[in-house]
Design a protein around this ligand. Structure first.
Ligand SMILES: Cc1ncc(COP(=O)(O)O)c(C=O)c1O
Length: 401
């Protein structure tokens, strides 16, 4: 476990206008305009964990339970499906040559137009589920590219939304490249949560969707936070969280600690190098949704300004945190949060128990920490195996000791 501080000269610089539109304090208002297209929308709960806080010697812990996010069981529901809604709305407005209201996305007239569109993406699981759900809801075609490390359980969940599944060779980053090349060839629209040079608009929409979760937290939180531990894959979520608080409070914001698997710590390596850096793919991590080897361009630009520390964790910490949240102490509510969804909590537990890191982060009895349980048991078989220390059947990952 290593803690790396963000030493960028851009740290605490204000967001650009474009970045503020994506993750700033007003971004959620743009997303809210689309809620008539999502009648199933409801805020997820913000739970308090006084028992865990006491056991770690800190003042308080709140955890946003994204496992409750409408039928998709992760915060990703807010990103991909929202981006699909915006793309369909824009396409329909062009075809009809008039303004199209978000509520109209659910009408046959707009759905017939949406049927001309094919959206696609590569995914570790949750983002693809969101894109597929959005495509099904609004009537467009959908192709999802899955690398070999994505479990069959996750594949089935995505296919249940009517998406065509294509398995690809290699890792996540290679599946991203294949999705984008196929989309170019076929005239499809790639709805990626990963931004690169020349492809930033749609990942920006995806990240903008996450801002609704931050808006919910602002309305639900009973006190200000001193620390936030948030997990990173390509960095989109972490940037949405960090950018939101930077825009709200500048340098007086809570300390933002990005937590990654040690086996896929591209954000931490980038922070050490002080520039966006891709890393070599290695062994699979149990935190499969965070298994990314290159930071998203837009996310990285925002994190340079708004993140404070990067912490990497071995897989065992995630399994331990999954079990601790499921079988809590001190009267805390039991939470069913998946192996990637607990990474922020795992980071807090590990940091609070390591004297040197605890001190560097200023964690003490006055600390009020925000965590985001980013997913529920999105692969139930895997979750049960990890919860009960059982060997994994058709596993791509082994249970860490
Ligand atoms: C459950 C979960 N948590 C966290 C993340 C990390 O998000 P990002 O890739 O935007 O950093 C993901 C990404 O898929 C995820 O599925």
């Amino acid at each position: 476990m290593k803690l790396v501080e963000n030493r960028s000269s851009k740290r605490n610089a204000p967001l650009s206008k474009e970045e503020a539109t994506i993750v700033g304090k007003g971004a959620a208002d743009i997303v809210r305009e689309f809620l008539p297209a999502f009648p199933i929308y409801a805020a997820t709960p913000l739970e308090t964990l006084p028992g865990l806080a006491t056991s770690l010697g800190i003042g308080g812990i709140d955890i946003k339970d994204e496992g409750q996010r409408y039928g998709l069981y992760s915060f990703k529901a807010l990103g991909g499906a929202y981006a699909v809604a915006r793309l369909v709305r824009d396409h329909a407005a062009k075809v009809l040559n008039r303004k199209v209201e978000p509520a109209e996305l659910l009408t046959d007239e707009v759905k017939n137009i949406a049927a001309q569109l094919t959206v696609c993406c590569a995914t570790d699981g949750n983002h693809g589920r969101s894109v597929a759900a959005g495509a099904q809801m609004f009537g467009c075609n959908c192709v999802i590219f899955l690398h070999s490390g994505v479990s069959e359980g996750r594949e089935k969940a995505i296919a249940s939304f009517g998406a065509e599944i294509r398995r690809t060779a290699g890792n996540y980053d290679q599946s991203v490249a294949e999705a984008s090349e196929t989309a170019d060839r076929e005239g499809w629209t790639t709805v990626s949560d990963f931004a690169w040079e020349g492809y930033t608009e749609i990942p920006g929409m995806v990240m903008q969707g996450y801002s609704l979760m931050l808006d919910e937290i602002s309305a639900q939180a009973k006190h200000a936070y001193t620390h936030i531990f948030v997990q990173g894959g390509v960095g989109g979520l972490a940037a949405a969280v960090a950018g939101h608080f930077l825009d709200r409070a500048g340098a007086k914001r809570p300390k933002l600690i990005v937590v990654e698997p040690a086996k896929a710590n591209c954000l931490q390596v980038s922070a050490e190098a002080d520039r966006r850096t891709s890393i070599e793919a290695g062994d699979a991590t149990v935190m499969a949704m965070l298994e990314c080897y290159e930071p998203s361009l837009t996310a990285w630009d925002i994190l340079e300004k708004s993140a404070d520390f990067y912490l990497d964790l071995d897989d065992g910490y995630a399994v331990d945190a999954l079990q601790r949240l499921a079988r809590p102490v001190g009267g805390d509510k039991a939470l069913r949060i998946g192996e990637s969804g607990v990474a922020g909590a795992a980071g807090l537990i590990a940091a609070a128990n390591d004297q040197s890191i605890r001190q560097k982060l200023g964690l003490d009895s006055a600390s009020r920490v925000l965590l985001i349980g980013t997913e529920g048991a999105t692969d139930p078989d895997l979750y049960e195996a990890l919860l009960n220390n059982k060997p994994l059947a058709a596993a791509h990952h082994s249970v860490p000791a």
